[in-house]
Design a protein around this ligand. Structure first.
Ligand code: G6Q
Length: 541
């Protein structure tokens, strides 16, 4: 069935007309004319305070955006995902990361079978294994307990667990060290293994397919390292476990089937951190904290599924994104966590969002005639303030931003934390309201400097606050973004759960890999640039 293009929908056209009215309206005006604007445009639910009042919107804007979501069939699409329908159409798969944290156990049926018993069984095995490793009861080949945990994976099998392990470091087992190796560049594994004692090192090979070039190359190097240092290939089963859907390849590598933690084709890589892919995180923070994390995800899953759209945080986040990307032509979106533990959060979201919605063909196979997924980027505050915020405040681009912070610190010094939060709030205020020439004159700023020191303001932001960075809070926040991405995919009418765009480079790399070999005698057939580059490399071998 050919679906109506979103640009042809009457709600979209209404937004276009509405944009003309709104484009010159300032946040100064909007706040001045409504004393309760902050309350009106905030949502408090489940310990998350979401303030979206510093956006260039009125009640009318929100209401047309909500109509668009309804007209696009969002409610039905959400149900289709949660019910396990095969909404990943181009790969013919269900999309059920929500089942991974469905701790109530309510049945979720895929191909006629309930997936929940399998989910619980893997979770139990992860619990048993992580308890043994944490408790020093999992012994290496020489009888020593494991102190270094090295997760080898890439993309979805790396960014999620790496981000969460870092974010929840406060709750971690401090006597253990956690490392993540992803890059095919040997530097990554060489520098990681330098100084580690093989007898105390456990490798977790995280790969859904167990065929990914980077992961298998790094896993092979790790295996050689273990065998060379511990003197026997009998050491391998003691020092390697696998997170995968491919039991045959895992076995071929030399990992016992009982040391493989499975997941399923309905778990997409970038949505897999609550599956077995989270094993390194569970070893770090322990089973109970991991379950709290899952509960946080589950809370947001329920919020997303049940809340009316006007009180639905991910839906509002998504619609605000549409408003800026499609009507104000904003091309990027900044993620600015004011918490050092969340330093990997922007990089994680970069994959979640850009791999999901970086698409240009709609669900009817047509090229889209509107902008889809934005560039996602960011760094923790306050570091970014001394680097790129200049462009946010005075550059020519409109960059909508999410500020994320916590009301209490995990550490003792009130001074640090109060300064941190003061900076967060100050930035959103400065972005929104700027500083006028009149204000500068009143401060005695010389006339010739006024143009340079003026801040236009009117730069939108969301503020997401919670009490404290706890596993449950983190789960809630991550899931907000997962569902924001889903919602935008529905409105843009793209398939958010495939990633065909990563394939071409992989195939070409295999071909070029052979051509780079000094002894290669076949024809190198590329464009002149690529051929010259290949010859350059070969000339140095
Ligand atoms: C994520 C992608 C991709 C994937 C990696 C690793 O959604 O599918 O990032 O996670 O390519 O794949 P494997 O887990 O199969 O090694």
């Amino acid at each position: 069935m050919i679906r109506k293009r979103v640009t042809e929908m009457k709600e979209w056209k209404a937004l276009r007309r509405h944009y003309k009215k709104m484009k010159d309206v300032t946040l100064r005006q909007l706040f001045a004319s409504d004393a309760v604007r902050a309350e009106k445009f905030s949502i408090n639910d489940g310990g998350i305070h979401f303030d979206y009042s510093k956006n260039r919107i009125t009640e009318e804007t929100v209401s047309i955006l909500l109509e668009l979501a309804h007209a696009r069939g969002l409610r039905n699409e959400i149900e289709r995902m949660f019910r396990g329908e095969k909404i990943n159409e181009t790969e013919d798969r269900a999309v059920l990361h929500t089942a991974l944290r469905n701790l109530s156990g309510a049945p979720v049926i895929v191909d006629g079978a309930d997936v929940m018993p399998g989910v619980f069984s893997v979770l139990d095995r992860m619990r048993d294994f992580s308890d043994r490793v944490r408790g020093g009861r999992w012994k290496g080949h020489t009888g020593r307990p494991m102190r270094n945990i090295v997760n080898i994976g890439i993309g979805g099998s790396d960014l999620g667990p790496r981000m969460v392990t870092e974010a929840l470091k406060y709750y971690s087992r401090r006597e253990m060290n956690f490392f993540y190796v992803s890059n095919i560049d040997e530097t990554h594994i060489v520098e990681t293994l330098r100084g580690l004692d093989p007898a105390e090192t456990l490798f977790i090979i995280a790969s859904k397919t167990f065929t990914t070039q980077e992961t298998m190359t790094n896993a092979g190097t790790a295996k050689t390292w273990i065998i060379d240092h511990l003197g026997s290939d009998k050491a391998v089963p003691f020092h390697f476990v696998a997170l995968s859907t491919n039991a045959d390849e895992v076995n071929r590598f030399g990992i016992d089937r009982e040391n493989m933690f499975a997941f399923w084709d309905w778990v997409g890589g970038r949505y897999s951190l609550t599956s077995a892919i989270g094993l390194s995180t569970m070893i770090s923070i322990g089973y109970d904290h991991f379950v709290s994390l899952l509960n946080g995800f589950n809370d947001t899953d329920r919020h997303f599924r049940q809340m009316p759209f006007e009180k639905n945080i991910p839906v509002i986040m998504a619609l605000l994104g549409i408003w800026y990307h499609n009507f104000f032509n904003a091309e990027t979106h900044a993620i600015l966590p004011y918490d050092q533990y969340l330093k990997k959060f922007p990089a994680y979201l970069q994959q979640a969002d850009m791999e999901s919605n970086g698409k240009s063909v709609d669900r009817s196979g047509r090229r889209v005639n509107y902008q889809t997924g934005p560039v996602i980027w960011g760094e923790p505050g306050t570091n970014g303030q001394h680097a790129f915020y200049q462009l946010l405040h005075q550059g020519t681009m409109l960059v909508p931003a999410d500020f994320i912070g916590f009301a209490r610190s995990l550490h003792g010094a009130v001074d640090h934390h109060r300064k941190l939060v003061a900076n967060l709030y100050a930035q959103t205020e400065a972005l929104a309201f700027g500083k006028t020439a009149e204000e500068l004159r009143a401060e005695g700023v010389p006339e010739r400097l006024i143009p340079y020191r003026t801040f236009e303001g009117n730069r939108p932001s969301n503020t997401i606050m919670a009490e404290l960075l706890m596993p449950v809070t983190l789960g809630k926040i991550i899931a907000l973004y997962e569902h924001k991405i889903f919602t935008q995919g529905v409105i843009w009418d793209v398939y958010s759960f495939d990633q065909w765009g990563v394939e071409l480079g992989k195939t070409l790399a295999e071909k070029i890999f052979m051509e780079l070999e000094p002894g290669f005698s076949g024809d190198v057939k590329h464009d002149s640039s690529t051929t010259c580059l290949i010859n350059y490399y070969r000339s140095w071998q």
